[in-house]
Design a protein around this ligand. Structure first.
Ligand SMILES: Nc1nc2c(c(=O)[nH]1)N[C@H]1C(S)=C(S)[C@@H](COP(=O)(O)OP(=O)(O)OC[C@H]3O[C@@H](n4cnc5c(=O)[nH]c(N)nc54)[C@H](O)[C@@H]3O)O[C@H]1N2
Ligand SMILES: Nc1nc2c(c(=O)[nH]1)N[C@H]1C(S)=C(S)[C@@H](COP(=O)(O)OP(=O)(O)OC[C@H]3O[C@@H](n4cnc5c(=O)[nH]c(N)nc54)[C@H](O)[C@@H]3O)O[C@H]1N2
Ligand code: SF4
Ligand SMILES: [Mo]
Length: 695
């Protein structure tokens, strides 16, 4: 069935990492029914409210279909060819005058959810020789990649919790019931966690807030933001001191066990208890339970990653798994083998770091990217190498990156900005040219990324379900035109690259073959793959990389500093999707969601009443919002969702602008980094509150 006709279609939702299978009925080019596909071998019919909101995206009158040019504060639609010509000419001119380092790019989150965007963008950026690359990675999962490269030899060799077979899930800073799982593609998390408990397994969660996920956990431990590494170190100390270390099948491939023993020795539960806010006996008990339950798996996500010690956390989580015999074992932390294997052809021992540094703060590059916390200063600071042009692709960094206000201002000073994005939002409003791609159900898609994170090996080719209007273009077509104009060469289309990768890959399949499995093809449960799949130079795992050991000194300095009175953490809610789905009416019903949750003790301390307007101040800025007082957060911690702060001048998001909220990233501080990895420490921002007069 092709996109132009009606009928029943099957494809995956590409809004988040869960990649739920959908069953979609189309009539007259419109979706009339959309539900979970019960026959999908990974998702079994699971769906969330955002999936249903795909319908809103496709009916959204604010979504752009033709190319746009900004003239002052006015936007005009122009012909695609003219827009491509202007963009290529302007970027070419800036590169010739100031060198290619004057051009930067930001690739946002949906880039990885659309294979046309993911596989298309590179050729264009290479054609322009763009080496100042930034992305959402450094406000998200960069510590996972850095730890994976150090331990296993490749940033994409990420350990995934085998949630369907484990007997104990020990999680730090993840809220899978709201997020639907991250670096753990496991659609229908509620069912999966229920199944875990039904087979007698347990789910233990460390989070400063009593989240939706805490509500279904067997134990919830309130942990002071940013202190996870201490708990993990203490758990390892317990394993060594109680003789519970067991390296299992991989034992002969592990180096550095004695260095780890020495490094963790000082971190007794008693020493860290006060700092982390959890009793020593509790830490000890959880460590013992983790080591003596088989199989078990330790996992940490955003809360353990977007903080000052994210790199240490991801390293220590891997150690907890490796030293209890749960690394690369059924029910432990495993490594998928997807049909499109991004590791195919990867060389053992490759380097992912370089000598390149950002100009202003000398922040290190990793895997070809700089930390996005440096973007605003690299635009705003004059001098050789200053960024004068920016290309944003599927991103809204004004709302998503630390001190978004500073970036907002910096964007105004650019010589040229190109945005490849279907909306004029808080970021793209500054663009000179906006090239809007077809999105969602209009695109063909193969999930090159999330099968790498999946708890089961499956594959699915997704044909478009909705037709596009004659004036629309796909992301990959936009990149193709821009690349051709910039370099004179036509890049290989993404579909051809997917086809080649599927044929050459470990499943030896093809797009046509996958088309015969409309619900997705099942390759079965994850299987152990180490040491064969390891990509370290010597085929072994060094559990004690020197960079990680060295970073413990920074942790020691942090322990010696005072605990701030009040810190801010984020909050993902089921019906928000980062910054960009607030224009979907069916997601915006109900109570105001951009509120600051404050613990009653803190509310009393600052004289704030429930529902009152408050000013929140940090070292970089201030916002106004409404307080919601409840004890779901631990004392000393307040919580605000991210992705709000709409309603700014020139933005064309009517529904979102009616629920503007405030941006948490007007408070987050780009100087607060995980110095080991360059990831922004979005959580744990010190703040002050002030009650505002009722208005
Ligand atoms: N304080 C704080 N900040 C955070 C977070 C947090 O927890 N706290 N979370 C961080 C995380 S994990 C992430 S991933 C980032 C996300 O932040 P960003 O990377 O900025 O991504 P989004 O906010 O999702 O913006 C997505 C943009 O992509 C566009 N888009 C959607 N689909 C497509 C498509 O197919 N093609 C193209 N070209 N464009 C498309 C949308 O219109 C929108 O403008 O935010 C981070 N920022
Ligand atoms: N509904 C919805 N789903 C989403 C998204 C969305 O915006 N909305 N975004 C998608 C994206 S891009 C991503 S990356 C994933 C993220 O997926 P998750 O990581 O599962 O989601 P978060 O809600 O960010 O979970 C982080 C948790 O860490 C806690 N936390 C904060 N600081 C700390 C700390 O210092 N230590 C500990 N232990 N915990 C801490 C927070 O309270 C929060 O509950 O979600 C994806 N799914
Ligand atoms: S959890 Fe929701 S948004 Fe994510 S893939 Fe499934 S339906 Fe789509
Ligand atoms: Mo993310």
């Amino acid at each position: 069935m092709n996109a132009a006709t009606g009928g029943l279609h099957y494809r995956a939702c590409n809004l988040c990492e869960a990649i739920c299978g959908l069953q979609i009925r189309v009539e007259g080019g419109r979706v009339v029914d959309l539900r979970g596909d019960p026959e999908d071998p990974l998702s079994h019919g699971a769906i969330c409210p955002k999936g249903s909101a795909l319908i809103d995206l496709h009916n959204d009158p604010d979504r752009l279909k033709g190319a746009m040019r900004r003239v002052g504060t006015r936007w005009e639609e122009i012909a695609w060819d003219e827009a491509f010509d202007i963009a290529a000419a302007k970027l070419g001119e800036i590169a010739r005058t100031f060198g290619p380092e004057a051009i930067a790019s930001y690739q946002g989150n949906p880039s990885v959810h659309n294979s046309g965007t993911l596989l298309g963008a590179g050729a264009f950026l290479r054609a322009l020789h763009v080496r100042n690359r930034y992305s959402a990675t450094s406000v998200d999962q960069l510590p996972h990649h850095v730890a994976a490269a150090a331990l296993f030899g490749h940033p994409m060799l990420l350990p995934i919790p085998d949630i369907d077979r484990t007997m104990l899930l020990l999680a730090f800073g993840a809220n899978p019931l709201a997020s639907q799982g991250s670096i753990m593609t496991a659609p229908g998390m509620r069912e999966r966690l229920r199944a875990l408990r039904e087979r007698g397994g347990r789910f233990l969660l460390f989070d400063p807030r009593r989240t939706e996920s805490a509500g279904v956990a067997d134990e919830h431990h309130r942990i002071r933001p940013g202190s996870d590494a201490l708990v993990m170190l203490a758990m390892l100390q317990v394993l060594f001191s109680r003789g519970l270390v067991r390296s299992g099948r991989l034992g002969a491939s592990l180096d550095g066990v004695e260095s780890v023993r020495a490094a963790v020795a000082a971190y007794t539960p008693a020493r860290v208890a006060e700092r982390v806010g959890i009793a020593a006996e509790e830490i000890e008990r959880v460590a013992v339970a983790f080591a003596t339950t088989r199989p078990s798996v330790a996992y940490g996500r955003m809360g353990a990653s977007t903080q000052e010690f994210g790199g240490l956390c991801q390293w220590l989580l891997a150690l907890l798994n490796a030293l209890t015999g749960n690394l690369d074992e059924v029910g432990g932390a495993m490594f998928p083998l997807p049909a499109f294997d991004l590791l195919l052809g990867a060389k053992p021992g490759a380097e992912f770091t370089s000598q390149r540094r950002t100009r202003v703060r000398a922040l290190a590059e990793f895997n070809g990217e700089f930390p996005v916390a440096a973007l605003a200063e690299e635009i705003a600071t004059p001098g050789e190498g200053q960024i004068r042009a920016l290309v944003t692709i599927a991103g809204n960094p004004v709302l998503s990156t630390p001190n978004g206000r500073a970036l907002d201002r910096a964007l105004e000073s650019l010589d040229f900005m190109l945005a490849i994005d279907p909306y004029i939002n808080e970021t793209t409003r500054h663009a000179d040219i906006v090239l809007p791609p077809a999105i969602g159900l209009e695109t063909e898609h193969y999930d090159a990324i999330f099968h790498h994170f999946a708890v089961r090996n499956t594959a699915r080719w997704n044909d478009p379900v909705l037709p596009i209007a004659p004036e629309q273009r796909y992301d990959w077509q936009i990149f193709e035109e821009l690349a051709r104009r910039s370099s004179g060469r036509t890049p290989t289309p993404p579909r051809e690259r997917i086809e080649r990768a599927l044929q050459a890959g470990p499943r030896n399949t093809s797009i046509d073959e996958l088309r015969r499995f409309p619900h997705g093809r099942d390759f079965g449960a994850l299987t152990p793959s180490f040491p064969d799949r390891l990509l370290t130079a010597n085929g072994r795992i060094d559990l004690a990389p020197s960079a990680m050991l060295a970073d413990l000194a920074r942790l020691e300095r942090a322990i010696a500093s005072p605990i701030p009175d009040l810190v801010l953490i984020g909050r993902r809610e089921l019906r928000n999707n980062n910054s960009w789905m607030h224009n979907a009416p069916r997601l915006m019903r109900g109570e105001e969601r951009c509120t600051l949750i404050v613990h009653p003790e803190d509310a009393a301390r600052y004289g704030i009443e429930d529902g009152a307007a408050v000013e929140v101040r940090s070292a970089v800025g201030s916002i106004e919002t409404r307080a919601r007082i409840d004890d779901s957060v631990m004392p000393g911690v307040a919580s605000l969702p991210h992705g709000f702060g709409h309603g700014r001048e020139g933005v064309r998001l009517r529904v979102a602008s009616a629920h503007p909220g405030a941006s948490i990233n007007d408070l987050t501080d780009p100087r607060r980094l995980d110095e080991l990895t360059g990831n922004a420490a979005l959580n744990g921002t010190p703040i002050e509150l002030r009650a505002l007069e009722a208005r």
